[in-house]
Design a protein around this ligand. Sequence first.
Ligand code: PMP
Length: 297
Amino acid sequence: MDYYDQDTIIFLNGAFVKATEASGNLYSQTLHYGNGVFEGIRSYETADGARILKASEHFERLIFSAGVMGLEVGFSVEEMIEISYRLLEKNNLKDAYIRPLVVADPMMGLGPAPHAFLVMMAWKWGRLLGDKLVKLSVSSWRRPHPKSCVVEAKVSGHYVNSILASTEARKKGYDDAVMLDTEGFVAECSGANIFMEKDHILYTPALGNILPGITRLTVMNLAREMQIPVVEKQITLDELKSADSMFITGTAAEVTGVASLDGHTFPMEWDFTFGYSLARKYRLLALHADAQPTTVI
Ligand code: PMP
């Protein structure tokens, strides 16, 4: 996929520049050791123009992640929201994926780089795993232990684990992987959180070994509004495999239904599941309610 063309504008180190003219430093600590932090954000074309969903939450998490890794973002939440809307405008984008990345300066030592800068890109991106129900497999790769890294932070280096899991699943003919934590409980997919429905109750893995997804929280709140009981707990693989239905959530994946796990098809017809209703509610929220007003620049 082409993420940019001759006309694409990105935000780099305080200025809007052409993507084709932007350059980076090959000695960056981000490139060598994965010490960068990023976000994945979506804007939607609404009746009032482009609206970024949960913008504050995403930029707050970016600042949190940077703090964990000792990197300076250099911009406030409000400033980054403003930059995002200008970026969309400059690229004539409405339905778009926005990628802020905090890139560390050259640093071959293992202390945090003394300086970092913000890059922001945007492109058109369909749902991460497409629009149909997905087929998942259980990965042989486990999520990193919370004593090995800060799993709540969205750090570039953490994603080598996701790449291993996703690659393994795709090689076997699946769309993505369910990863377990180091104790063997269900954790998350390579880039999305997990929900299961059983006997009219919604379950999702408790925090501790997963990225606390912004979509996960949004969906839990929507479920509560719809009087759907939601339980956060440690979930075993047997429990997941005996679920009535399953779905995954993420900014890029939105709410995606799961057809099967390791070839076992979930018994409930998708259109009758909580996941289906929540996918519709989420879409409505993105297109109407939760929009941030465009900041006047
Ligand atoms: N888990 C992982 C590992 C992810 O990369 C993502 C995507 N950011 C999620 C969960 C879902 O998070 P969010 O809903 O905030 O996009």
